[in-house]
Design a protein around this ligand. Sequence first.
Ligand code: GDP
Ligand code: IMO
Ligand code: MG
Length: 431
Amino acid sequence: MPNVVVIGAQWGDEGKGKVVDIYTEHADNVVRYQGGNNAGHTLVVGDEKVVLHLIPSGILHEGKRCIIGNGVVLDPEVFIREITNLKAKGRIKDDSVLCLSEGLHIIMPYHKRIDIAREAKSGDKKIGTTGRGIGPAYEDKIGRRGIRLCDLLDRDIFARKLTEALEEKNFLLEKFLNDKPFTFEEIFNEYNGYAATLRKYVADTSLMLHQEVKAGRNILFEGAQGTLLDVDHGTYPFVTSSSTCAGGACTGTGVSPREINEIIGISKAYVTRVGSGPFPTELLDETGENMRQAGNEFGSTTGRPRRCGWFDAVVLRYAVRVNGLTGVAITKLDVLDGFDTVKICTGYRYKGKVITEIPATLEVFADCEPVYEEMPGWNCAISNVKSFAALPENAQKYVKRLEQLMGCEIVMVSVGPRRDETISLRNPFFA
Ligand code: GDP
Ligand code: IMO
Ligand code: MG
């Protein structure tokens, strides 16, 4: 069975959780490999709605192994709360299905306070982060002073690393950010308590995954955020601090690129973005508001209204290229049901010229005007439709046009949040 990577092809919230939940049926292991609890992945099973921030979206399938890889930054409090909530709903009957990499980095209380204080200090230049301490935690990782799970589990190493960290963090908090410092004791005691709870989940997950592959069992990699939020390939600096693109699946798990067989990009039939940064097709008018209401576009992590706009084929072509997508799943096609016409951005007009690639300079990207193609809408409800051929002709034409402009095969069309509101065109697990 192939190993499949699922990634966001836009600015996050594309519906990765729903697709991973559906694909888990064909997977033995589901792995989160980057990001942290800035993610909010929504799964709808029957009448139940579950939002997961850290635990892989495979967890609703009994017996599937769910792994959090070394590339993730983990807030222990959030992780433990998520387990408790799932158990209260009768999920996770066996703790051994859940594994944490001993190499993942821990989000500390000072990371969260620094994240929030920095944003407050940045005024109108703020990134609009989720305030979960993601950026500061990755800064410490790359700066080689982070605290990993294996460090947390050793009392002495943890005490030494925390002492060293607090010297610097308290200076930053007090002297630069005008905020409160932390005492050693308050963090040490709380985090030692977390260590005791986390210990049973810890494993050498890279070795575990290697052995799984050798034994013929497969891996489903669950991306968080999206291509345009990648720290290298996204709309820097309005990005998150991890590698959200397909390459992150390997660095964030210790699985070789040679083991990846399929890379599926998830894209809405339109675009949303939370937080600041350029967004050429953004609709600041009534049409955008209608999209927000029809798609219930409010963040699953912070509750913020999501910015909405028309489908951007330039962004998708880019996502196809930098991730090497082998297929695209189009989600939320039903949200466009009520529109008389639908628009697709095919290029940008900048200083009188039309460009068809995303410019590297943020200021240029911010000044790009979308060039649109307009198509007739379908004006009827499609959530009950079970096959592509049964979709209204105009909806079929819209999807086919997206496929043509992206230059990548569409393997799934999602027409509602539920599992059975999904049209599968090609299953990457049976390629
Ligand atoms: P993720 O972060 O990529 O997993 O996406 P989110 O869960 O943050 O946001 C996607 C939202 O759209 C969730 O509330 C899903 O339940 C919902 N959703 C997913 N697919 C569809 C779809 O095809 N139609 C509709 N109407 N909602 C969908
Ligand atoms: P999922 O996995 C959408 C955005 C934030 C902000 C920027 C940086 O649910 O798709 P951070 O807290 O990561 O430092 O914030 O990234 N962002 C997301 N937007 N979906 C997400 O995750 C996001 N995770 C972070 O809004 O603009
Ligand atoms: Mg989300």
